[in-house]
Design a protein around this ligand. Sequence first.
Ligand SMILES: [Zn+2]
Length: 237
Amino acid sequence: MIKQEEKNIAAMSYVLANKVIVVDPGHGGRDPGKIGVSGVPEKEINLEVSKRLATVLGEMGAAVILTRDTDIDLSDTSVQGSKKRQDLSRRAELANERNADLFVSIHCNGFPGQKEHGAQVFSQPNSPESKILAKCIQKEMAVILGNTHRKAKQVDYFVTRTTKMPAAIVEIGFLTNPKEDKLLQDPLYQSKVAWSIAAGIIKYYEEKEKSRENSGVNEKDVLKTFQQQPGNHIPAP
Ligand SMILES: [Zn+2]
């Protein structure tokens, strides 16, 4: 007998099979990102969570590309100009060149004062698909982590404007909040965050699947039509 858990994993693998997902650990190398109240640089936490997310998505059948897997930035030292912009451009180009299905960038938030807390997901305005993706991830993070009441939000960012596929920036928590700063450095919590983002991505694909079924081109209907009216052409999906 198949255990429920195995069934769940089989179902998840189905929605992520053949999907190319770019996981982008924000900052790196010369760019530390925000500095936590404890002194931890954002780039380190982003990388830890991104690696875990890549592993989980890979186990679920996706082909995962990490924009970096060490402490580097992606700017070109031989070219003049803004290193920050070059770094961000390269991340987006990587996803576009590989024709990725999804782009997910991992960051930590910061705010003056220590009160603000909770993960929040951002997507590009005027991208309905990205909005659904951001909402799905936000919802799963809220349920699984149980410590954010924030809502997914549309904001114009260079990297999500430049990527051609549905994209989201996940701000996994506030490094300016002492409690969250500590939590985000906990390997177990990092795994939980990664898992919650993966769950959101699965929900996104499940929703897409559902809307495709509801659009009337589901396989069973096509088959029924074919059986009831032999000789007729099967309508193109
Ligand atoms: Zn950042």
